[in-house]
Ligand binder design. Structure first.
Ligand SMILES: Cc1cc2nc3c(=O)[nH]c(=O)nc-3n(C[C@H](O)[C@H](O)[C@H](O)COP(=O)(O)O)c2cc1C
Length: 401
């Protein structure tokens, strides 16, 4: 769930600040983009150089950069950049300043101007933590929808033993993962995506295939996973590395295998996206050994393969949602519309090889989305990752409406 998340890490002046270096590393290891904001007091405990080196980005702690030249750092931009502002460790001082709405250091100004959710991981001595002022501040922050990652109990830097230690970096990263998961729009939904070509054997080494690279299906699997879904990726043969965070990947070769694996799961699927370029026909007789040159038939008889999209359309319940793809060599709007109706799909994604940069093998695609209602949405040529996000968004909007 942290893959590609933008996390603004705020560090304040607690002895636990040394753990923030490990936290930054752990968040990055899980795929997050991390930027760091520090208070002046925090820089006494851990250097900005350490955090800048670990994250590969400059660290922000002042409003101005070079006073002689009048350069200043835009605290508003940082707040807008982030998906979440995580202040870890959060001192008693910073918690109370947040309550007061203070903006007298850079971190507090970012807090006031950020539109993203704010999460704090308090760290302080036992008595500071238990003090009614701190407890009231935390209660008030919660009432303002700031999330609190509870500190842990154990030996404290003061020599006392009790509650106040900042949660360990791994525990904070786990907490954030669940936090993002719960907020993701498709949390708890199962999405099945088919991807890539299928290979229909002629003999043990030869096959009939097509030019699909699988890139669009893999991008979709990743985009649905980012939206919180448990993604089941049923993929034909591709050269691609597995997308991040998918629930399961099932590798198949033929249309029949893809059909079997898809239909075996279909009952528990909420959204199915048929992005694979499934062969429409296969050789009637496939030899189970390699045919010698002189044994090759002059003609290959073909038979139809099972139609996965149509089978899903026929079985689907009113709560299931099906998305099909139509690849055409002309503008194809009419045949895409007919496919939508014949296959009982909810959306059809039309892409045409007539558009430069669209279709098989490319890293980009240009699509038109057709809805059952007859509405169409035209999109510009974009990377397949961006196209996948557009499709997820359209699915979400259609489901909501
Ligand atoms: C060695 C040392 C350790 C400290 N540890 C903490 C701490 O864990 N929690 C805390 O709330 N304050 C702690 N303080 C006090 C804060 O550094 C002080 O309140 C400071 O003003 C916080 O500023 P800031 O919130 O702007 O970073 C510590 C101070 C020192 C000298």
């Amino acid at each position: 769930m942290l893959h590609n998340r933008r996390i603004l890490l705020g560090i304040t002046g607690s002895i636990a600040a040394y753990k923030s270096a490990l936290l930054a590393r752990e968040l990055q290891r899980r795929g997050a983009h991390v930027r760091v904001v520090m208070t002046r007091a925090a820089t006494e405990f851990i250097t900005p150089l350490t955090l800048a080196t670990l994250t590969g980005h400059r660290v922000y702690s002042d409003f101005t950069e070079n006073k002689d030249q009048g350069l200043w750092t835009n605290h508003v931009d940082l707040g807008l950049w982030a998906d979440v502002f995580l202040i870890a460790p959060a001192t008693a001082q910073t918690l109370s300043s947040m309550i007061a709405g203070a903006g007298d250091n850079f971190l507090l100004a970012v807090h006031l101007s950020s539109r993203c959710p704010v999460v704090v991981a308090p760290a302080m001595d036992l008595d500071m933590y238990q003090h009614p002022a701190t407890q009231e501040n935390l209660a008030m922050l919660k009432s303002r929808e700031v999330s609190v990652i509870e500190p842990e109990s154990g030996p404290l830097a003061s020599g006392l033993d009790g509650k106040g230690r900042m949660a360990e970096p791994e525990a904070i990263a786990d907490w954030l993962e669940s936090w993002f998961a719960e907020r993701a729009p498709l949390h708890g939904h199962h999405v099945l995506v088919t991807a890539g070509p299928t290979h229909e054997p002629i003999d043990a080494v030869r096959f009939i295939g097509n030019r699909s690279s699988g890139k669009m299906g893999y991008a979709l699997a990743e985009a649905f996973a980012t939206a919180g879904a448990a993604v089941h990726l049923i993929t034909g043969p591709t050269q691609l590395t597995a997308p991040a965070n998918v629930h399961e990947i099932v590798e198949v070769q033929t249309a029949q295998e893809m059909f079997n694996e898809t239909m075996a799961r279909f009952e528990k699927i909420d959204i199915a996206v048929a992005a694979a370029a499934v062969a429409d026909a296969r050789p009637v007789d496939a030899a189970d050994h390699k045919l010698h040159k002189d044994q090759l038939p002059g003609a290959i008889s073909l038979e139809a393969t099972p139609d996965i999209l149509a089978a899903m359309g026929a079985q689907k319940t009113p709560t299931q949602f099906i998305v099909g793809f139509a690849l055409e060599t002309d503008d194809g709007l009419r045949s895409a519309q007919s496919k939508l109706e014949r296959k009982k799909a909810d959306l059809i994604i039309l892409n045409t090889t007539a558009d430069a940069g669209a279709g098989f093998g490319t890293d980009t695609n240009k699509i038109t989305i057709l809805e059952k209602s007859g509405k169409t949405h035209n999109f510009e040529l974009k990377s397949k990752a961006e196209v996948a996000k557009d499709i997820v968004e359209t699915v979400l909007n259609t489901l909501q409406s």
